[in-house]
Design a protein around this ligand. Structure first.
Ligand SMILES: [Zn+2]
Length: 500
């Protein structure tokens, strides 16, 4: 967080002077604040805890993008990583020992587009038509368990349809009352008029945008997200109010183009390059075209001058990009099916809707199918180009849509898709861990496996460096040094995702 970001708040700036070497980040206390020990509803999911835990014979992919370390002894002490030593080191005599030969440790995933709801399509019929209004039922029970079970130890909710529920959930998790990840709670969607979502407030003007940000920041929201129909004037007011409070704001935009949002000072843009409307035919200022960015991405040659100029502009304004490949993968014919373990978590109705919609995508006309492949490949190339130019790429699955993107499982799938896009496995893991931590300003606490950092770690059976799909073999997830049993968490939500 910059000093300028905290200047108007006298109290915070006294703290600024006290810690001259490190500007305070309000998110550190709010997102990673003190955790109460697991209560009676959480304890059944804990496999290992205690003041000292030693993980023996592990490989480590540390989240910084560097090469894999082999044969390590990793000691966790009071919730922090105390040492990472060669295998020959003797672990402390009083430590609980886990022999993890054949396992790999990666940092806890920092999921940067990790919602707590599901999109319901009432009365979906055989022509893929559903009745209005589109609804987003809360997954307040299932989603936090799915995130934690899959190794996601910190989430940004990136748009809330029930912000009080999300804020209260965060307090329940921090208080040890329910299992789940650390949370950066995003306020309600900052949406303009003509929204398709009945659960969203529609901003009236810039003053409304400013007041909405101020109100929800006071309630405990620690980030904001602008949505498709927001205007430039409303967005500018929201950005200024969030920044005045030392908070960041991202956007899934449409009426405002990427270059416009960058110039207005937005911190992050969601959905890779899929929703930029700058080249959409007939794009009118402050209006979201029904084409929602598809023509822009199809027209943007990743090697062309428009792409180069856009990326230059994003870097000049320090705008991050959040890659959300799993939700777009659903639109590409022949995409990978949901894993059986993820499918098991869906309600029978959600499972049926997912399989049905997947089959429809696989029977598109050859022309349409080709178009979608080009669209997908342009985005992958632009994400790679953005990173090569020095841009900060974040990762999250956007678990909405047709059931093909499941909370937690989708975060793992995102890493696999980044690797398929051409990033090395350590780089793909870095994008999903360290980069998110760095964006949040929390990289001294989380996001990599290093001595002194919080013990937010994922224990995988196998080695994703050699076999990518081993990322899916999550056995144990440490959050603040407490080891949660992935299978038990998954068993508790079997058949529930889509319901609650
Ligand atoms: Zn989303």
């Amino acid at each position: 967080m910059t000093r300028a970001g905290c200047a108007p708040l006298a109290l915070i700036c006294i703290a600024c002077q006290a810690a001259a070497s490190r500007a305070p980040n309000p998110l550190e206390a709010q997102v990673l604040g003190p955790q109460q020990p697991p209560g009676p509803a959480v304890s059944p999911y804990v496999r290992i805890s205690g003041p000292r835990i030693a993980l023996l014979h592990v490989k480590v992919i540390d989240g910084t993008g560097g090469a894999e370390l082999t044969d390590r002894t990793l000691v966790i002490e009071n919730g922090r990583i105390a040492s990472i030593a060669p295998d020959s080191a003797t672990p402390p005599a009083d430590a609980s020992i886990l022999d993890l030969s054949g396992h790999t440790v990666i940092p806890g995933i920092v999921g940067m587009h990790d919602h707590l709801y599901y999109i319901g399509r009432p009365d979906l019929d055989a022509a893929a038509h559903s009745e209005p209004p589109l609804l987003a039922p809360q997954m307040t029970f299932a989603a936090p368990r799915l995130y934690l079970a899959n190794g996601v130890t910190t989430i940004r909710t990136t748009g809330s349809v029930e912000p009080y529920a999300d804020i209260n959930l965060k307090h329940l998790i921090d208080g040890g009352a329910v299992p789940g990840p650390h949370m950066d709670v995003t306020g309600p969607y900052l949406e303009g008029s003509h929204s398709a979502f009945v659960q969203m407030h529609q901003l009236k003007d810039a003053r409304d945008a400013r007041n909405t940000v101020a109100f929800w920041a006071e309630q405990g929201a620690t980030s904001f997200k602008a949505y498709m129909n927001i205007t430039r004037e409303e967005l500018k007011a929201a950005i200024d109010e969030a920044h005045r409070r030392g908070l960041k704001i991202t956007g899934h935009l449409c009426a405002v183009t990427y270059p416009e949002a960058a110039a207005l000072g937005i911190d992050d843009l969601e959905h890779g390059f899929f929703v930029n409307t700058q080249l959409d035919p007939g794009k009118a200022p402050d209006e979201c075209p029904s084409s929602v960015g598809t023509p822009t991405l199809l027209a943007m040659d990743p090697e062309g001058s428009e792409a180069t100029e856009l990326i230059r502009l994003l870097l000049a304004h320090h705008v991050a990009i959040t890659s959300t490949l799993p939700v777009f993968e659903q639109s590409v014919p022949g995409h990978a099916p949901l894993s059986p373990r993820a499918l098991d978590c869906l309600t029978p109705e959600a499972r049926e809707a997912y399989l049905y919609l997947r089959n429809r995508t696989n029977s598109l006309s050859p022309d349409e199918a080709r178009k979608r492949v080009t669209w997908w490949q342009h985005d992958l190339a632009l994400e790679r180009k953005f990173v090569a130019a020095g841009g900060l790429l974040l990762a999250g699955p956007d678990p909405t849509g047709n059931g093909g993107v499941v909370a937690g499982f989708g975060d793992v799938r995102e890493i696999e898709l980044l690797a398929e896009a051409g990033f090395s496995v350590p780089e793909a893991i870095r994008i999903a861990t360290f980069n998110g931590a760095a964006y949040l300003g929390l990289e001294e606490r989380i996001g990599s496996v290093a001595v002194g950092k919080d013990a937010d770690l994922v224990v995988l059976r196998g080695d994703p460096g050699e076999h990518l799909a081993d990322l899916e073999n999550v056995e144990l997830v440490f959050k603040d040094g407490i080891g949660y049993d992935s299978d038990k968490l998954l068993a508790s939500v079997r058949g529930r995702y889509g319901e609650y």
